[in-house]
Design a binder for this molecule. Structure first.
Ligand SMILES: Nc1ncnc2c1ncn2[C@@H]1O[C@H](COP(=O)(O)OP(=O)(O)OP(=O)(O)O)[C@@H](O)[C@H]1O
Ligand SMILES: [Mg+2]
Length: 286
């Protein structure tokens, strides 16, 4: 396994009003991996992510980036945030420029890059997020899903080593959701590290390499998608549902249409791949 690019070790965090949001969270994100953090509302996903680029500082425990404990002085935090890009759950807390072009160019322009390089990055980020036609629009009047894509473009334009997205598909229409999943796939295939928080068990199951389940500020389970989503007790304990691919596969096995020892399919294509075998099974029975 490759080395961890980001690590949280025994993080504890209590908000000023006394809410204990993290109660000893340990998380390891291998370089080049796709990690999905799942858990019910209030589990601590956003609070955990805010620690990973230094926006919150743990009461106890440490965060490491590239093997080194992160430091909280201005300069170190600036460097960390260039390397660990964060797309917030709520786009309104991220957007602060008047126009989309300004918003996406703000970060790269502040890196002191040449104007041509800034324009190249902005163009590429807007193309990747299918937001090219929004470039001249005021950010204020964008729809919720458009705002989310512009936020992502702003982070992509910084070309971070780690991309953290808090609920990236929430509020996106089906076409934009699949576009976004393809984009996250492309980033990971090019060797990027992507960490998402999501409520979408189907997405976590078919997209992630590692799944972390949080509840009440603790890690309830951690493993491959198959390990996590075949563990019914864990899913019940974390208020999570079974991904539809697993559910359909289980029913096919129960009806004797698919052999019980075949690997559980990870996605729609693998599931459909089992279906000719199911037809053969039916023919045999006739
Ligand atoms: N600024 C804050 N002040 C006080 N409590 C907070 C604050 N932000 C979050 N909390 C509390 O901390 C706990 C964890 O919240 P967090 O937002 O991290 O959960 P989450 O897993 O991201 O939930 P969701 O799925 O709804 O996004 C919750 O009990 C929440 O009410
Ligand atoms: Mg959240």
């Amino acid at each position: 396994m490759s080395g961890a690019i980001l690590e949280a070790l025994d993080l504890h965090y209590t908000y000023p009003d006394g809410t204990r949001a993290l109660r000893g969270v340990t998380l390891r994100v291998p370089e080049g991996s796709r990690v999905a953090v799942l858990g019910p509302n209030g589990a601590g996903k956003t609070t955990l992510f805010l620690h990973l680029n230094g926006l919150l500082r743990p009461r106890k425990g440490t965060v490491r980036f590239a093997g080194r404990e992160i430091r909280y002085d201005r300069k170190s935090l600036g460097e960390l945030r260039r390397a660990v890009g964060m797309v917030f759950q709520d786009p309104d807390s991220q957007l602060f420029c008047a126009s989309v072009f300004e918003e996406v160019s703000f970060g790269p322009a502040n890196l002191g890059l040449a104007p041509e390089e800034v324009r190249r990055r902005v163009r590429e980020a807007l193309r990747a997020t299918d937001a090219e036609d929004l470039a001249e629009r005021p950010t204020h009047y964008l729809s919720y899903g458009q705002k989310k894509r512009v936020c992502l473009a702003g982070v992509l334009a910084m070309e971070p080593r780690v991309l953290i997205c808090d609920e990236p598909t929430a509020g996106l229409d089906p076409r934009q959701t699949s576009g976004l999943i393809e984009l996250l796939d492309r980033i990971a295939r090019r060797g990027g590290t992507v960490l998402i928080a999501t409520q979408d068990v189907d997405l976590a199951y078919s997209w992630a390499d590692r799944v972390v389940v949080l509840k009440e500020g603790r890690v309830l389970g951690e493993g491959t998608p198959t390990e996590i989503f075949l563990d019914e007790d864990l899913l019940r304990g974390a208020d999570l549902t079974v991904p539809w691919v697993v559910e359909v596969h289980r029913e096919l096995v129960r009806r004797g249409l698919v052999p019980p020892d075949a690997p559980v399919p990870r996605n729609r294509e693998e599931l459909f791949g089992l279906l000719p075998a199911a037809e053969a099974a039916v023919r045999l029975e006739v």
